[in-house]
Design a protein around this ligand. Sequence first.
Ligand SMILES: [Zn+2]
Length: 446
Amino acid sequence: MGMIAEANRFTAHRAEFLHPLLEAMSRDQLAQVQLKRLRAVLRNAWDHVPWHRARIEAAGLHPDSIDELDELRRLPFMMKDDLRGHYPFGLFARSMEQLARVHASSGTTGQPTVVGYTPGDLARWADLMARSLYSAGARPGDLVHNAYGYGLFTGGLGAHQGAERLGCPVVPMSGGGTERQAKLIMDFGAKVLCATPSYALAIAEVATQQGIDLRTSRLTVGMFGAEPWSAALREEIEARLGLKAYDVYGLSEIMGPGVACECECRNGLHGWEDHFLFEVIDPDTGVPVPEGEAGELVITTLAKEALPMLRYRTRDITRVTTERCDCGRTHARLLRVTGRNDDMLIIRGVNVYPSQIESALIGRPGLAPHYQLVIERRGALDHLRIEVEAEPGVAPDLFDELARDAVHQVKSLVGVTAEVVVHAPGDVPRSQGKAVRVRDLRPKGG
Ligand SMILES: [Zn+2]
Protein backbone atom coordinates (compact mmCIF):
# COMPACT_ATOMS: atom_id res chain seq x y z
CA MET A 1 0.00 0.00 0.00
CA GLY A 2 1.32 3.46 -0.86
CA MET A 3 2.14 5.95 1.83
CA ILE A 4 -0.86 8.18 1.15
CA ALA A 5 -3.33 5.30 0.91
CA GLU A 6 -1.97 3.86 4.14
CA ALA A 7 -2.30 7.17 5.93
CA ASN A 8 -5.79 7.79 4.59
CA ARG A 9 -6.94 4.37 5.67
CA PHE A 10 -6.41 5.41 9.26
CA THR A 11 -7.42 9.05 9.07
CA ALA A 12 -10.66 7.93 7.45
CA HIS A 13 -11.86 5.92 10.39
CA ARG A 14 -10.14 7.48 13.32
CA ALA A 15 -8.28 10.48 14.60
CA GLU A 16 -7.27 13.50 12.63
CA PHE A 17 -3.56 14.08 12.32
CA LEU A 18 -1.74 17.31 11.76
CA HIS A 19 0.67 15.55 9.36
CA PRO A 20 -0.97 12.27 8.24
CA LEU A 21 1.93 11.36 5.94
CA LEU A 22 4.44 11.62 8.76
CA GLU A 23 2.38 10.39 11.69
CA ALA A 24 0.86 7.29 10.11
CA MET A 25 3.60 6.06 7.77
CA SER A 26 4.36 2.36 8.03
CA ARG A 27 7.04 1.13 10.43
CA ASP A 28 9.15 0.12 7.43
CA GLN A 29 8.96 3.58 5.93
CA LEU A 30 9.74 5.09 9.30
CA ALA A 31 12.86 2.92 9.57
CA GLN A 32 13.97 4.06 6.12
CA VAL A 33 13.53 7.70 7.07
CA GLN A 34 15.45 7.07 10.29
CA LEU A 35 18.36 5.39 8.53
CA LYS A 36 18.67 8.19 5.99
CA ARG A 37 18.55 10.81 8.72
CA LEU A 38 20.93 8.88 10.96
CA ARG A 39 23.59 8.96 8.24
CA ALA A 40 23.06 12.71 7.90
CA VAL A 41 23.30 13.39 11.62
CA LEU A 42 26.46 11.27 11.90
CA ARG A 43 27.89 13.19 8.95
CA ASN A 44 27.05 16.46 10.69
CA ALA A 45 28.71 15.32 13.92
CA TRP A 46 31.71 13.91 12.05
CA ASP A 47 32.29 17.05 10.01
CA HIS A 48 31.78 19.63 12.74
CA VAL A 49 32.51 18.19 16.19
CA PRO A 50 35.98 16.66 16.69
CA TRP A 51 34.87 14.92 19.91
CA HIS A 52 32.10 13.10 18.04
CA ARG A 53 34.36 12.26 15.14
CA ALA A 54 36.90 10.62 17.44
CA ARG A 55 34.21 8.51 19.08
CA ILE A 56 32.59 7.52 15.79
CA GLU A 57 35.98 6.51 14.42
CA ALA A 58 36.92 4.62 17.58
CA ALA A 59 33.68 2.65 17.27
CA GLY A 60 34.71 1.58 13.78
CA LEU A 61 31.86 3.51 12.18
CA HIS A 62 31.67 5.99 9.34
CA PRO A 63 28.69 8.15 8.34
CA ASP A 64 28.67 6.68 4.82
CA SER A 65 28.93 3.07 5.85
CA ILE A 66 25.90 2.76 8.14
CA ASP A 67 23.56 0.17 6.64
CA GLU A 68 21.40 -0.62 9.63
CA LEU A 69 20.06 1.37 12.55
CA ASP A 70 21.44 -1.21 14.99
CA GLU A 71 25.02 -0.35 14.01
CA LEU A 72 24.61 2.77 16.10
CA ARG A 73 24.81 0.55 19.18
CA ARG A 74 28.55 0.33 18.72
CA LEU A 75 28.80 3.98 19.68
CA PRO A 76 29.28 4.79 23.39
CA PHE A 77 26.51 6.63 25.24
CA MET A 78 26.47 10.37 25.78
CA MET A 79 25.86 11.62 29.30
CA LYS A 80 24.91 14.96 30.78
CA ASP A 81 28.51 15.27 31.98
CA ASP A 82 29.68 15.25 28.35
CA LEU A 83 27.73 18.47 27.81
CA ARG A 84 28.99 19.93 31.09
CA GLY A 85 32.56 18.95 30.25
CA HIS A 86 32.34 20.94 27.00
CA TYR A 87 30.68 23.94 28.63
CA PRO A 88 29.41 26.10 27.10
CA PHE A 89 29.51 25.46 23.34
CA GLY A 90 32.10 22.70 22.87
CA LEU A 91 29.74 20.16 21.32
CA PHE A 92 27.97 22.61 19.01
CA ALA A 93 28.16 21.71 15.32
CA ARG A 94 27.47 25.26 14.19
CA SER A 95 29.21 28.58 14.74
CA MET A 96 27.63 31.44 16.67
CA GLU A 97 26.55 33.31 13.54
CA GLN A 98 24.60 30.24 12.40
CA LEU A 99 22.64 29.97 15.66
CA ALA A 100 19.23 31.43 16.40
CA ARG A 101 18.92 30.71 20.12
CA VAL A 102 20.62 29.26 23.17
CA HIS A 103 18.89 27.66 26.17
CA ALA A 104 20.43 26.28 29.36
CA SER A 105 19.50 24.13 32.31
CA SER A 106 19.30 25.69 35.73
CA GLY A 107 22.58 24.11 36.79
CA THR A 108 21.48 23.39 40.34
CA THR A 109 24.20 20.74 40.49
CA GLY A 110 27.45 21.83 38.82
CA GLN A 111 27.79 23.56 35.46
CA PRO A 112 24.62 24.32 33.54
CA THR A 113 24.08 22.33 30.35
CA VAL A 114 23.86 24.64 27.36
CA VAL A 115 21.98 23.82 24.17
CA GLY A 116 21.77 25.67 20.86
CA TYR A 117 19.43 25.87 17.88
CA THR A 118 19.74 26.98 14.28
CA PRO A 119 16.72 28.66 12.64
CA GLY A 120 15.96 25.25 11.11
CA ASP A 121 16.15 23.56 14.52
CA LEU A 122 13.67 26.06 15.92
CA ALA A 123 11.32 25.49 12.98
CA ARG A 124 11.42 21.71 13.45
CA TRP A 125 10.89 22.09 17.19
CA ALA A 126 7.84 24.28 16.53
CA ASP A 127 6.55 21.66 14.08
CA LEU A 128 6.89 18.86 16.62
CA MET A 129 5.31 20.85 19.42
CA ALA A 130 2.45 21.80 17.08
CA ARG A 131 2.05 18.12 16.21
CA SER A 132 2.00 17.31 19.93
CA LEU A 133 -0.60 19.96 20.73
CA TYR A 134 -2.77 18.75 17.88
CA SER A 135 -2.55 15.12 18.96
CA ALA A 136 -3.77 16.21 22.41
CA GLY A 137 -6.79 17.89 20.84
CA ALA A 138 -5.73 21.53 20.41
CA ARG A 139 -6.92 23.08 17.14
CA PRO A 140 -5.99 26.22 15.20
CA GLY A 141 -7.75 29.20 16.73
CA ASP A 142 -7.85 27.76 20.26
CA LEU A 143 -6.50 30.25 22.78
CA VAL A 144 -3.47 28.80 24.59
CA HIS A 145 -2.69 29.98 28.12
CA ASN A 146 1.00 29.25 28.55
CA ALA A 147 2.04 29.08 32.21
CA TYR A 148 5.36 27.35 31.60
CA GLY A 149 8.28 29.50 32.66
CA TYR A 150 9.78 31.64 29.90
CA GLY A 151 13.53 32.04 29.89
CA LEU A 152 16.49 29.70 29.80
CA PHE A 153 14.11 26.81 30.55
CA THR A 154 12.81 25.37 27.26
CA GLY A 155 9.22 24.87 28.46
CA GLY A 156 7.85 28.39 27.94
CA LEU A 157 9.25 29.23 24.52
CA GLY A 158 8.89 25.63 23.34
CA ALA A 159 5.15 25.54 24.01
CA HIS A 160 4.80 29.10 22.75
CA GLN A 161 6.34 28.56 19.33
CA GLY A 162 4.48 25.26 18.89
CA ALA A 163 1.13 26.88 19.62
CA GLU A 164 1.88 29.72 17.21
CA ARG A 165 2.92 27.23 14.56
CA LEU A 166 -0.39 25.45 14.96
CA GLY A 167 -2.23 28.72 14.47
CA CYS A 168 -3.22 29.18 18.09
CA PRO A 169 -3.06 32.61 19.73
CA VAL A 170 -0.94 32.46 22.87
CA VAL A 171 -1.22 34.21 26.22
CA PRO A 172 2.46 34.23 27.29
CA MET A 173 1.80 34.20 31.04
CA SER A 174 4.91 32.32 32.19
CA GLY A 175 4.99 30.94 35.75
CA GLY A 176 4.22 33.07 38.80
CA GLY A 177 1.64 35.75 39.49
CA THR A 178 -0.67 32.90 40.38
CA GLU A 179 -3.55 35.18 41.45
CA ARG A 180 -3.76 36.56 37.92
CA GLN A 181 -3.53 33.20 36.15
CA ALA A 182 -7.04 31.99 36.98
CA LYS A 183 -8.64 35.37 36.32
CA LEU A 184 -7.13 35.63 32.84
CA ILE A 185 -7.99 32.00 32.01
CA MET A 186 -11.62 32.87 32.79
CA ASP A 187 -11.70 36.35 31.24
CA PHE A 188 -9.89 35.45 27.99
CA GLY A 189 -11.57 32.08 27.54
CA ALA A 190 -8.43 29.98 27.09
CA LYS A 191 -9.14 26.47 25.78
CA VAL A 192 -5.65 25.03 26.30
CA LEU A 193 -3.49 25.28 29.42
CA CYS A 194 0.24 24.55 29.28
CA ALA A 195 2.04 24.19 32.63
CA THR A 196 3.89 21.78 34.85
CA PRO A 197 1.33 19.50 36.54
CA SER A 198 2.25 20.80 40.00
CA TYR A 199 1.78 24.39 38.88
CA ALA A 200 -1.58 23.59 37.26
CA LEU A 201 -2.66 22.33 40.64
CA ALA A 202 -1.35 25.48 42.34
CA ILE A 203 -3.36 27.62 39.92
CA ALA A 204 -6.49 25.60 40.68
CA GLU A 205 -5.94 26.01 44.40
CA VAL A 206 -5.49 29.78 44.25
CA ALA A 207 -8.52 30.00 41.98
CA THR A 208 -10.64 28.26 44.60
CA GLN A 209 -9.39 30.71 47.23
CA GLN A 210 -10.43 33.57 44.93
CA GLY A 211 -13.88 32.08 44.49
CA ILE A 212 -13.18 31.14 40.85
CA ASP A 213 -14.36 27.73 39.68
CA LEU A 214 -12.09 26.75 36.80
CA ARG A 215 -14.39 23.84 35.99
CA THR A 216 -16.70 26.45 34.50
CA SER A 217 -13.92 27.92 32.32
CA ARG A 218 -13.55 27.14 28.59
CA LEU A 219 -10.46 24.98 29.22
CA THR A 220 -10.71 21.61 27.50
CA VAL A 221 -7.08 20.50 27.11
CA GLY A 222 -4.16 20.59 29.53
CA MET A 223 -0.62 20.00 28.24
CA PHE A 224 1.41 19.07 31.27
CA GLY A 225 5.04 18.05 31.46
CA ALA A 226 8.60 18.80 32.62
CA GLU A 227 8.20 16.69 35.77
CA PRO A 228 7.03 13.14 36.47
CA TRP A 229 3.43 12.89 37.63
CA SER A 230 1.23 10.01 38.63
CA ALA A 231 -2.12 8.85 37.26
CA ALA A 232 -3.60 9.88 40.59
CA LEU A 233 -2.37 13.45 40.13
CA ARG A 234 -3.85 13.46 36.62
CA GLU A 235 -7.28 12.62 38.01
CA GLU A 236 -6.93 15.27 40.67
CA ILE A 237 -6.00 17.95 38.12
CA GLU A 238 -8.84 16.97 35.80
CA ALA A 239 -11.36 17.09 38.62
CA ARG A 240 -10.21 20.52 39.77
CA LEU A 241 -9.71 22.16 36.38
CA GLY A 242 -12.44 20.51 34.34
CA LEU A 243 -10.21 19.58 31.40
CA LYS A 244 -8.55 16.54 29.88
CA ALA A 245 -4.92 16.35 30.95
CA TYR A 246 -2.24 15.17 28.51
CA ASP A 247 1.34 14.25 29.21
CA VAL A 248 3.97 15.89 27.03
CA TYR A 249 7.60 14.85 27.26
CA GLY A 250 10.85 16.47 26.35
CA LEU A 251 14.21 17.52 27.64
CA SER A 252 16.37 20.45 26.69
CA GLU A 253 19.43 18.33 25.86
CA ILE A 254 17.41 16.67 23.10
CA MET A 255 15.20 19.61 22.05
CA GLY A 256 12.72 20.70 24.70
CA PRO A 257 9.02 19.84 25.07
CA GLY A 258 7.46 17.95 22.16
CA VAL A 259 9.80 14.95 21.90
CA ALA A 260 6.78 12.79 22.72
CA CYS A 261 3.13 13.44 23.55
CA GLU A 262 -0.05 11.60 24.34
CA CYS A 263 -2.81 11.30 21.76
CA GLU A 264 -6.51 11.13 22.60
CA CYS A 265 -6.10 7.44 23.56
CA ARG A 266 -3.74 8.43 26.40
CA ASN A 267 -2.17 5.03 26.30
CA GLY A 268 1.45 6.11 26.18
CA LEU A 269 3.21 9.07 24.60
CA HIS A 270 3.95 8.92 20.88
CA GLY A 271 7.67 9.52 20.48
CA TRP A 272 8.16 11.30 17.16
CA GLU A 273 10.39 8.76 15.48
CA ASP A 274 10.98 10.70 12.28
CA HIS A 275 13.07 13.04 14.45
CA PHE A 276 14.38 10.78 17.20
CA LEU A 277 15.73 7.27 17.55
CA PHE A 278 14.66 5.72 20.84
CA GLU A 279 16.42 2.90 22.67
CA VAL A 280 15.67 1.44 26.09
CA ILE A 281 18.61 0.02 28.02
CA ASP A 282 19.32 -1.66 31.31
CA PRO A 283 20.72 1.29 33.30
CA ASP A 284 23.29 -0.91 35.03
CA THR A 285 24.68 -2.83 32.05
CA GLY A 286 23.84 -0.52 29.12
CA VAL A 287 22.43 -3.51 27.23
CA PRO A 288 19.15 -2.92 25.31
CA VAL A 289 16.14 -4.52 27.01
CA PRO A 290 13.47 -6.42 25.03
CA GLU A 291 10.60 -4.29 23.70
CA GLY A 292 8.04 -3.49 26.36
CA GLU A 293 10.39 -3.94 29.31
CA ALA A 294 11.31 -1.08 31.59
CA GLY A 295 14.68 0.59 31.28
CA GLU A 296 16.45 3.89 30.75
CA LEU A 297 15.43 5.84 27.68
CA VAL A 298 18.29 6.67 25.28
CA ILE A 299 17.68 9.16 22.48
CA THR A 300 19.54 10.01 19.28
CA THR A 301 18.48 13.17 17.46
CA LEU A 302 17.95 12.60 13.74
CA ALA A 303 17.57 16.15 12.47
CA LYS A 304 19.28 18.54 14.87
CA GLU A 305 21.84 20.80 13.21
CA ALA A 306 23.33 22.88 16.03
CA LEU A 307 23.63 20.17 18.66
CA PRO A 308 23.47 16.61 17.37
CA MET A 309 23.04 14.16 20.26
CA LEU A 310 24.07 10.56 19.73
CA ARG A 311 22.77 7.92 22.16
CA TYR A 312 22.04 10.34 24.97
CA ARG A 313 21.16 8.73 28.29
CA THR A 314 18.09 10.62 29.53
CA ARG A 315 18.01 9.06 33.05
CA ASP A 316 14.26 8.62 32.47
CA ILE A 317 12.83 5.19 33.14
CA THR A 318 10.18 4.02 30.69
CA ARG A 319 8.87 1.17 28.58
CA VAL A 320 8.43 1.48 24.81
CA THR A 321 5.99 -0.32 22.55
CA THR A 322 5.76 -0.23 18.75
CA GLU A 323 2.30 -1.83 18.70
CA ARG A 324 -0.04 0.32 16.68
CA CYS A 325 -2.08 2.73 18.77
CA ASP A 326 -5.86 2.89 18.37
CA CYS A 327 -5.50 6.45 17.06
CA GLY A 328 -3.77 5.09 13.95
CA ARG A 329 -0.42 6.76 14.55
CA THR A 330 2.45 4.37 13.93
CA HIS A 331 5.08 6.08 16.06
CA ALA A 332 6.24 4.13 19.12
CA ARG A 333 4.68 4.89 22.46
CA LEU A 334 6.63 5.65 25.60
CA LEU A 335 4.53 4.18 28.38
CA ARG A 336 4.19 6.52 31.32
CA VAL A 337 7.45 6.80 33.14
CA THR A 338 7.84 5.89 36.77
CA GLY A 339 10.30 8.68 37.21
CA ARG A 340 13.82 9.75 36.56
CA ASN A 341 16.68 7.57 37.54
CA ASP A 342 18.09 10.66 39.26
CA ASP A 343 14.91 10.97 41.30
CA MET A 344 15.01 7.43 42.58
CA LEU A 345 15.64 7.38 46.30
CA ILE A 346 17.20 4.49 48.12
CA ILE A 347 15.76 4.47 51.60
CA ARG A 348 16.99 1.71 53.87
CA GLY A 349 17.80 -0.31 50.79
CA VAL A 350 14.36 0.12 49.21
CA ASN A 351 14.12 1.81 45.80
CA VAL A 352 11.49 4.51 45.97
CA TYR A 353 10.28 6.97 43.34
CA PRO A 354 8.58 10.12 44.65
CA SER A 355 5.76 9.50 42.17
CA GLN A 356 4.97 6.20 43.94
CA ILE A 357 4.50 8.05 47.18
CA GLU A 358 2.42 10.63 45.33
CA SER A 359 0.14 7.84 44.06
CA ALA A 360 -0.23 6.45 47.56
CA LEU A 361 -1.21 9.81 49.04
CA ILE A 362 -3.34 11.52 46.44
CA GLY A 363 -7.02 10.91 46.76
CA ARG A 364 -6.85 9.85 50.43
CA PRO A 365 -9.83 11.43 52.16
CA GLY A 366 -8.82 14.56 54.03
CA LEU A 367 -5.42 15.00 52.33
CA ALA A 368 -4.62 17.71 49.78
CA PRO A 369 -2.30 16.94 46.82
CA HIS A 370 0.60 19.04 48.09
CA TYR A 371 3.56 17.22 49.55
CA GLN A 372 7.29 17.21 50.05
CA LEU A 373 9.65 14.39 51.02
CA VAL A 374 12.46 15.04 53.47
CA ILE A 375 15.18 12.44 53.90
CA GLU A 376 17.63 12.57 56.77
CA ARG A 377 20.22 10.30 58.25
CA ARG A 378 19.48 9.43 61.87
CA GLY A 379 22.37 7.48 63.32
CA ALA A 380 23.04 4.81 60.71
CA LEU A 381 19.52 4.80 59.31
CA ASP A 382 17.74 6.77 56.63
CA HIS A 383 14.65 8.52 57.83
CA LEU A 384 11.89 9.52 55.40
CA ARG A 385 9.49 12.21 56.49
CA ILE A 386 6.50 13.03 54.29
CA GLU A 387 5.15 16.53 54.75
CA VAL A 388 1.63 16.68 53.42
CA GLU A 389 -1.32 18.98 53.83
CA ALA A 390 -4.85 18.49 55.06
CA GLU A 391 -7.71 19.57 52.82
CA PRO A 392 -9.19 22.94 53.72
CA GLY A 393 -11.90 22.49 56.32
CA VAL A 394 -10.44 19.43 58.03
CA ALA A 395 -10.30 19.92 61.80
CA PRO A 396 -6.72 19.98 63.18
CA ASP A 397 -7.53 17.34 65.80
CA LEU A 398 -7.95 14.87 62.92
CA PHE A 399 -4.43 15.44 61.54
CA ASP A 400 -2.88 12.62 63.58
CA GLU A 401 -5.48 10.19 62.34
CA LEU A 402 -4.82 11.27 58.72
CA ALA A 403 -1.10 10.80 59.30
CA ARG A 404 -1.55 7.25 60.64
CA ASP A 405 -3.66 6.36 57.63
CA ALA A 406 -1.00 7.76 55.28
CA VAL A 407 1.81 5.84 57.03
CA HIS A 408 -0.13 2.63 56.53
CA GLN A 409 -0.92 3.47 52.89
CA VAL A 410 2.71 4.24 52.02
CA LYS A 411 3.97 1.13 53.80
CA SER A 412 1.57 -1.19 52.01
CA LEU A 413 1.83 0.35 48.52
CA VAL A 414 5.47 1.49 48.37
CA GLY A 415 7.03 -0.83 50.92
CA VAL A 416 8.82 1.82 52.92
CA THR A 417 8.30 3.01 56.48
CA ALA A 418 7.86 6.76 56.68
CA GLU A 419 6.98 9.37 59.22
CA VAL A 420 4.03 11.45 58.00
CA VAL A 421 3.38 14.96 59.22
CA VAL A 422 0.06 16.52 58.25
CA HIS A 423 0.15 20.30 57.99
CA ALA A 424 -2.53 22.94 57.80
CA PRO A 425 -3.59 24.00 54.26
CA GLY A 426 -1.01 26.26 52.60
CA ASP A 427 1.97 25.19 54.71
CA VAL A 428 3.76 23.08 52.08
CA PRO A 429 5.61 25.32 49.57
CA ARG A 430 4.01 25.66 46.09
CA SER A 431 6.01 25.51 42.87
CA GLN A 432 5.75 28.00 40.04
CA GLY A 433 7.54 25.68 37.67
CA LYS A 434 9.15 22.36 38.37
CA ALA A 435 8.10 21.25 41.83
CA VAL A 436 10.70 20.56 44.50
CA ARG A 437 9.37 17.27 45.79
CA VAL A 438 12.42 15.98 47.59
CA ARG A 439 14.81 17.49 50.11
CA ASP A 440 17.58 15.00 50.67
CA LEU A 441 19.49 16.16 53.75
CA ARG A 442 21.66 13.06 54.06
CA PRO A 443 25.41 13.69 54.13
CA LYS A 444 26.92 13.38 50.63
CA GLY A 445 29.04 10.37 49.84
CA GLY A 446 27.68 8.44 52.78
ZN1 LIG B 1 -2.18 7.22 19.63
